[in-house]
Design a protein around this ligand. Sequence first.
Ligand SMILES: NC(=O)CC[C@H](N)C(=O)O
Length: 354
Amino acid sequence: MSDAYIALADGRVLEARARAPGRTRGELVFTTAYTGYEESLTDPSYAEQILTFSYPLIGNYGVRTERFESESVQPRAAVARELTDDVADWLAEGGVPAVDHVDTREIVTTVREEGAMACGIAAGPDATPEDAVEEMEACKPMSDHVDIGAQVSVTEPTVHEGGGGDVDVALLDCGAKGSIISSLTDRGADVHVLPYDATAEDVAAVDPDVLFVSNGPGDPENFVAAQAVVDEFAGELPMAGICLGQQVITSALGGSTEKMAFGHRGVNQPVKDLRTDKVVMTTQNHGYTVDDTGPLEVTQVNVNDDTVEGLDSEELDVITRQYHPEANPGPHDSLGFFDEVLDLATSSRRVAAD
Ligand SMILES: NC(=O)CC[C@H](N)C(=O)O
């Protein structure tokens, strides 16, 4: 007898083993990352999603808070072939349902063929298949989570001092990973973290050298306040963005985004820089992509499917990436992005002062 069920929008109900009890629903996605489960499970971009790990054993090197990207577990639930007790206990403590002993290959091929889909989970001694189906049927499309930023953003401005005294970054926190902030403070920048719905006045109040729009969950078109701030400062303040940040900046400047079938989630996505013809391996976690780039120039593309990975504008002092230069998890090949951002902040300031 199973004590956990996973209901998929295509009508299938999979049997599983309950590792952390509860009932929940979310958009079913998968990551192919083979390490970095603590970082992925605390990445706020996974809010309202059910995360399936394609790598079969999750938890084999424990759970350490130093590796967390935020303070809590962010996906609605976790699914794996086998979860260790460490991970199962951590998820149970956070009230996040977790299931294993399921054929994750079937989930991955289903999502790959049919796209990210509504999913319901029921786990625990009293769970029934009907409970899971009921959850799945109540699952809203991602774009209906119009205020998803409120679930993941700071509510009050906070400052992280890098101590260099040279660059002030205004970071719109749409669900920022901790590593984005530390990648900036490690380079001496003072990072003023502002709520996702900060106004242009809030941004002006910290007198930044660069506006940085973070990663975040859900549909980028729902981040209307962040788009308004970008629109307000376009051409006046250098701007940078990662993942949702790239999407928000592009839309605000007149481009557009679209939903992908199942997105990119993993730590070995090859990205080619069109200016140098060099390819680097990148960490990714996104389900939307830039469609029309507006005034921005495509400088980097995904080698697998040609999607937009990097956008730049010399005229507007904009530099954005769809992938995660901050890694955590994943390769450090593109950490230099943060140096480019800080160079942009200081060089444009020199031009302005001349
Ligand atoms: N990691 C992110 O910032 C994800 C951005 C957006 N929510 C997407 O899925 O495309």
